[in-house]
Design a protein around this ligand. Sequence first.
Ligand code: AOF
Ligand code: ZN
Length: 367
Amino acid sequence: MKTDQDYMQLALELAASARGNTNPNPLVGAVIVKDGVIVGTGLHRKAGEPHAEVHAVNMAGEHTKDATIYVTLEPCSHYGKTPPCAKLLKESGFKRVVVATEDPNPEVAGRGIRLLRDAGIEVEVGVLQEEAQKLNERFIHNMLTERPFVVAKFAMTLDGKIATYNGHSQWITGEEARGDVHELRHEVDGILVGVQTVLNDNPKLTTRLKDDRQGRNPIRVVLDSTLKTPVDAHIADTTEARTIIVTSLDSDEEKAQQLERNGVEIIRVEKEKTGLHIKDMLKALFKKGITHLLVEGGGNVNASFLRGGFIDQYIVYIAPKVLGGKNSITPFTGTDVETIDVANQLEFGEVTHVGEDLRIIAYPKKA
Ligand code: AOF
Ligand code: ZN
């Protein structure tokens, strides 16, 4: 006999298979079971397309009557790009609705569950809740903060160096870990570097996936308070992907116009003591459609995100190499402190072998 958890697990796997394609929407899966038989499955594939429940209900046809539906996120109650799923479930004659977690979208936030209960349907909430919240950590963060979910990514040696004293860093990790980064770029919708990286490496920051799969190019974002980005830099060519340069209120207007003629978008934010105002920038990037931001900065950019508490997730690749040297470059600059107890406290999530390297995912420790 399969349990509620088994069916919800399947719904979560369906949902996860669209990873990278649904932004700004969440990943959602649905499974319909009637008399112990799976009669319908569905997932949300892309923003603007039908919700998971709609696909599952269509597949189940007349079998929805007195059936149970497992959904990884509370069915919606609002008229968005699509009509409310809670209403569809009510009209389809379900006897029971099992929900993994509530939808944090203020337009829904419990109303979908209420609508179903008011219709006399048995609703159970919280089956595999933790897994469902993990799956949609980006979406939940967006809804609660109206800012992108910020991922700080870097690759370092076992002794914590991201480059030699003179900046040489190609390559710290092996080929597989470098391929993994492109999968990550496919999942996010923004990728941020400091202008120093543009000047040193002239990167394209586009996505190249294995097996000729079509990679999605994130919007490229450059932190450049004095507009030093060369007009002929790869990143200033917007034919393949969008580019946003974030600069200060008073940087050169003429240079800004030259870049804009290439299709580069310019955002101006205030300066703080140590650089551009990160929170204002994140709000502005969210308005431009960036929900998931990968920060591939060097030590200074990383430090400015860390200082304000704006890193939501760390993805760190560790190579089995020891570089040594006290002038080798580390992932975070910033102010030296006296004692360990003032360190930023993190929690480890997943630890995975990627080729010869390790990938560690960590989160700021919740208070
Ligand atoms: C669901 N099932 O599969 C999804 C839901 O713009 P719309 O109409 O697609 O609505 C997007 C919102 O609907 C999204 O922010 C979230 O609250 C909910 N997404 N809900 O029941 C789904 N994708
Ligand atoms: Zn819906």
